[in-house]
Write a protein that binds this ligand. Sequence first.
Ligand SMILES: Cc1ncc(COP(=O)(O)O)c(C=O)c1O
Length: 400
Amino acid sequence: MTDLFSKFDPLIQQRETLLATGVTDPYNLVMEKVISPTVAICNGRETILLGTYNYMGMTFDPDVIAAGKDALDKFGAGTTGSRVLNGTYQGHKECEEALKEFYAMEHAMVFSTGYQANLGIISTIAGKGDYVILDIDSHASIYDGCAMGNAEIVAFRHNDVEALEKRLKRLPPEAGKLVVLEGVYSMLGDVAPLKEMIRVSKEAGAMVLVDEAHSMGFIGENGRGVAEAQGVIDDVDFIIGTFSKSVGTVGGFCVSNHPKFEILRLVCRPYVFTASLPPSVVATAATSIRKLMHGSNKRAHLWENSKVLHKGLRDLGFTLGTVEAQSAIIAVIMPDLEKGAMMWEALLDEGLYVNLARPPATPANMTLLRCSLCAEHSIEQVGEILGRFERAGKRIGIIG
Ligand SMILES: Cc1ncc(COP(=O)(O)O)c(C=O)c1O
């Protein structure tokens, strides 16, 4: 018998070597108690959270929690069915209405996760003989959507408008084309030049899908994302998003103005062949989305937090993923995985949680400490975070 697990041997070996150095397993941390969007108890210690996607701090919003409790009482724990059978409740429709209003778009379709939204939309609309043109640093759910479909896949260099244009020009003019972009790329926290990319895509007759997972709620005047901030939201054919970040719960969606959009409810397998979200989840999501429409003060505070942390880390001598703060994600580049894991642990000892990101999730084989800020971090907490980075960085020898 061939052991089907033998393909994982190099990874098992790498992990064992790392853990043999005595470092805590960075992928096995338990949040023993969550006190607020920015503080939890980890290893018995009060810890500032700087590695969640809770950008707008909605997880503990009293209205959001009340809506969830009420739906749990009135509609029960789950739907036990697909959206196309018994799994569409009033709450799912209300959630889709909230999304349509949030984005000022005609159609909204709620999926059980953002991962499934990418999987479903990309694999369904780009079929045999069509092309999906995507940024090489695209999220796994975008790649998996491509793998599930039958279209030809063409990747271009990260955020490179010329490379995108060149690829598009090489494709048959009459072929169906879907350009897939992200507003904010989650590893380095950098923003896409959507305006130029959408222009060259449209000139080539392509449809455009933008995944705004990391910008919804925060970027753009109304929190609609990078396409809104760059003034091109009306040229985007499909926006994909998630409830697992700024919205503060779980779920995914696609919004669009395409006149035939509703047919997707019958042909999109990751929508049809899975159970719908529990009523409490869609109730919390709808309440949160409606509150995010009026979140301009929070958005301004989150920008301030991002800029202060970015400048502070740069002044301390850390190497960062972007020259300026472009989003709520600030990536601190580590020399290698071992040093990265040591720094991650030193920060945890200081009472600070960040994400340790490593290949293949990261571009260019980088090890990153990814910091994601929350609108509920106070400016004092940001100062505290910088102090903890300074102490840990000196102890591990990342900064002088
Ligand atoms: C760009 C991007 N798209 C989609 C997703 C998937 O979202 P979800 O957590 O709802 O599955 C993520 C999650 O990390 C993401 O970063």
